[in-house]
Design a protein around this ligand. Sequence first.
Ligand SMILES: Cc1cc2nc3c(=O)[nH]c(=O)nc-3n(C[C@H](O)[C@H](O)[C@H](O)COP(=O)(O)OP(=O)(O)OC[C@H]3O[C@@H](n4cnc5c(N)ncnc54)[C@H](O)[C@@H]3O)c2cc1C
Length: 393
Amino acid sequence: MNHEVLVLGGGYAGLPAAKRLARRVRADEVSVTLVTAFPEFVERPRLHQLATGQPVEIVPVVDYLAGSAVQLVIGSVTAIDLDTRTVIVSRDGDEHAMRYDTLIYALGSNIDTAHVPGVAEHAHSLVGTDAAARARVRLRALAEDAGRVAVCGGGLTGIEIAAEVAESFPTLDVTLVSGSAPGGWLSDRAQAYLARAFDRLGVTVQPGRRVREVRPGELVLDRGHLANDLCLWAGGFRVPTLARDSGLAVNGDDRALVDRTLQSVSHPGVYVIGDAAAVAGAWGPQLAMGCRSGGFTGPKVADVVAARLTGREPAPFRFRYLHECISLGRRHGLVQFLNADESPKRRILTGRAAIAYKNVTLGGAKLLFRHSGPFLARRRSLSPAGRPARRPA
Ligand SMILES: Cc1cc2nc3c(=O)[nH]c(=O)nc-3n(C[C@H](O)[C@H](O)[C@H](O)COP(=O)(O)OP(=O)(O)OC[C@H]3O[C@@H](n4cnc5c(N)ncnc54)[C@H](O)[C@@H]3O)c2cc1C
């Protein structure tokens, strides 16, 4: 009987976790299965490029898994029973129960469309490739009539979408609406550069205006209204409630609480990584959501699980912030270098060098998906503790 590891979610965290773990254990002793909703890898940092009609490489998850022993199941996880160690997966309209000995939960986050009334009904959000395609159709049609686009949210996603739309569709009138100053956490130099970039692109920035409701053709703000022909919503990320609903210990934002080995504080044998996890450390009570949290916790959890299954004590998770890469269309970007605690350094990189830097970073992540490390330690055998417990019939 093999030790069954289920990895839920094939994004920036789950994909490298599954692939690396399969490299670290023996396939005749440990089965690694990746369950994920879509057959294609969704490169979320490029969704705004898809929405503006640019060619974006779409890679099937199965291609990234080529040559590995990871089994792939395309389906949607609808429930987790932590007592019986069973996950319910919906596939082609049927529900399937999948048992596990070790669970790696990596279901990520998405743009929060539920918090503000009217967003789900009347706004477009780049929550996936289909949503990006729908936004593209609307943007193209509006560009012919010099329409008005309101982008809501002054975080990285809103900044990037506003810049991308303004650059790709210069006839559009783009307004970025935000409760606080867009990029207000960046260094003064970076904020000054951002303001110049928006000015050059013709994006009107309206900071200090909180959106209370999205209605057809208008935003209701805390002071006044803003008429628009299309609302693009980027008002923050939220994780699915599945972790909380399953009984895993979570924080106030529903991110699962984990220890320094990324194991759930409430359920041994369950590991949570990427945006779904609240990983506490010198950097604070949780890592900022982003590809890097997945890129670091994914490979790390593979090493932790492999160590535990083969009778070794894993080293704790280590991390330090390095940079924030922001695209401002395809010709300009902004890289803000960070201190270990995420506060901004004075140092920034701008212009074409910055967009090239971001492209290299995103390309590097995909390279790592293909090659999970040529110098990984040899596969070890399971220790007695790693052998699967007899399961209830
Ligand atoms: C428009 C946009 C732009 C972004 N730009 C940047 C950027 O420039 N830089 C940056 O660092 N971050 C960016 N992010 C955030 C970044 O994409 C995420 O933080 C990162 O993807 C988190 O990795 P993850 O593995 O935790 O989650 P994800 O990469 O989202 O992976 C989660 C996976 O789980 C799957 N899944 C979810 N629910 C289920 C279910 N019930 N059943 C089965 N499968 C499921 C999803 O389909 C997905 O494959 C952006 C996000 C968006 C939306």
